[in-house]
Design a protein around this ligand. Structure first.
Ligand code: SF4
Ligand code: SF4
Length: 103
């Protein structure tokens, strides 16, 4: 079922385009690694929920994993979703995993 949170739809196809999986903020997080493993393939997983999906924070808001390092750089600026929804003209500008969903 399609789930909508904020202005970006929380969909599998949007999650597929998301770059958070490659982000330095998340790369060393044991919690994120466990969620990635649990989730499996984003297009078929039954765990397609904001608490488990380690990305699409511009839609879902603050990350459930608390061992991410939000002092590192955000790579949202290189993301297709970021540009198609013009997130550069909204708030927060980046680090949605720390500052909440785009609005
Ligand atoms: S803008 Fe950032 S949080 Fe949103 S889909 Fe792209 S990489 Fe993920
Ligand atoms: S929202 Fe930005 S800082 Fe947070 S994980 Fe995604 S790309 Fe990295």
């Amino acid at each position: 079922m399609k789930q909508t949170t904020g202005i970006i739809p929380f969909t599998r196809s949007n999650a597929k385009k998301c770059l958070c999986w490659q982000c330095p903020v998340q790369i060393d997080s044991a919690c994120i690694k466990a969620n990635v493993k649990k989730m499996g393939d984003v297009m078929s997983t039954k765990f397609f929920k904001p608490q488990v999906v380690p990305g699409l924070y511009c839609s879902s808001g603050i990350a459930s994993c608390k061992d991410i390092d939000t002092n590192r750089s955000c790579i949202c600026g290189a993301c297709e979703i970021y540009h198609s929804y013009r997130l550069g003209s909204g708030l927060p500008l980046d680090h949605f995993c720390k500052d909440g969903r785009a609005r």
